[in-house]
Design a binder for this molecule. Structure first.
Ligand code: NCD
Ligand code: ZN
Length: 349
């Protein structure tokens, strides 16, 4: 690709993994996603979690009413799986025109996951129902438990759970969310076409030094946690490979600044303010800007069996400084790269 490229026009992308919260936080973040993405898979880990189709429809209405007036942004809803989810909810979700997937959080793995699944084998009958209805299962792939080192939790989940899930449910449509390790990349690459994965901008741009070297930087703390450089390089290679199994999912996860800059800081990086710009920087680093459109705009839609978007957006090579904060007071959020420069900027933003 031309090293002096100064404008990059792409089919409008979608975000296949997004947290927008509710109430005042929702109002301060939603426009950021809506100005660049046409659609987003919205995560259900609210307090309390979104476990039924009725709740998902209500949450969808709340999101729609928080959007800027002229926006066509479409929230694609998901249900939060629990040990008590009745198979009829899976069926209703499959039949709903607004629910697109079921999200599995291992209990205790991450933010608002306490109501998640403790014993994964106990929900196999629900996987069976999802497989039957062709409803995608989205997985937060980390084992839980004090005894497991935080840097090993994703690999252990791949070895102890994912391999068995795909063996038992070979037709189940599965997205392994926010990959962080070479082990998970290898697993997804080797699996059938019904198994795909999302990759976040922070895991393409940073290794664990960003979080821990020279001082602890809570705004780089998310789960799964940033890993070694060797894993980042493998993720970057997967994202820029043109393999349709790997697609964009920001995992943008806003938390108020005072809960991140805290003795026990929350997990989650806020990236929606500059998602595409951050991905463009990563792809440029890999000299693969020509692969960005497939990753950002085509492969996710294809996996979810939705039409690709037809309108376009343009990024220009222009340096700008990310604000220190978005939102106000209790809902104030510190974005990824706060106060630092980015080299790409969305046109008409
Ligand atoms: C997410 C959140 O804050 O909801 N946090 C994160 O670190 N990624 C939850 C999640 O996706 O794990
Ligand atoms: Zn997430």
């Amino acid at each position: 690709m031309d090293a002096s490229l100064t404008r990059l026009t792409l089919t409008r992308p979608d975000d296949w993994h997004l947290h927008v919260r509710s109430g005042s936080l929702l109002k301060s973040v939603i426009a950021h996603s809506a100005r660049q993405f046409a659609r987003a898979i919205v995560m259900p880990n609210l307090k309390p979690p979104v476990t039924t189709v009725a709740q998902a429809l209500q949450y969808r209405e709340e999101i729609l009413s928080a959007l800027p007036a002229e926006s066509n942004f479409q929230p694609l809803m998901t249900l939060y799986l629990t040990a008590d989810t009745p198979p009829t909810q899976i069926q209703q979700a499959a039949e709903s025109e607004h629910v697109y997937a079921i999200k599995l959080y291992p209990a205790g793995a991450t933010t608002n996951s306490a109501a998640g699944v403790g014993d994964i084998r106990a929900v196999y009958p629900l996987f069976e129902t999802m497989q039957r209805y062709q409803l995608p299962l989205l997985i937060h792939g980390e084992v839980t438990g004090e005894q497991y080192d935080i840097f090993d939790r994703e690999k252990l989940f791949v070895d102890n759970h994912l391999s068995e899930i795909v063996r038992q449910f070979p037709e189940l449509r599965l997205v392994v969310e926010h990959l962080t390790t070479a082990d998970a990349v290898q697993f997804v690459s080797a699996a059938g076409p019904n198994v795909a994965a999302t990759i976040t901008p922070q895991h393409l741009l940073y290794n664990r030094n960003a979080l821990l070297a020279g001082g602890i930087r809570p705004h780089y703390y998310c789960l799964p946690v940033l890993k070694r450089e060797q894993h980042r390089q493998t993720l970057l290679a997967a994202a820029t490979s043109g393999n349709p199994k790997f697609f964009l999912g920001t995992d943008s996860a806003p938390h108020p600044t005072h809960l991140k800059e805290n003795a026990c800081g929350c997990a989650g990086c806020y990236s929606a303010h500059a998602a595409l710009e951050l991905y463009a920087e990563a792809f440029e680093q890999a000299r693969a800007l020509d692969k960005l459109e497939g990753f950002a705009s085509f492969y996710g839609a294809d996996f979810y069996r939705l039409p690709r978007n037809t309108d376009r957006i343009t990024l220009q090579k222009q340096t700008w400084t990310v604000p220190d904060r978005y939102g106000e007071g209790e809902a104030s959020i510190t974005p990824l790269r706060a106060g630092e420069q980015l080299t790409w900027q969305l046109e008409n933003a």
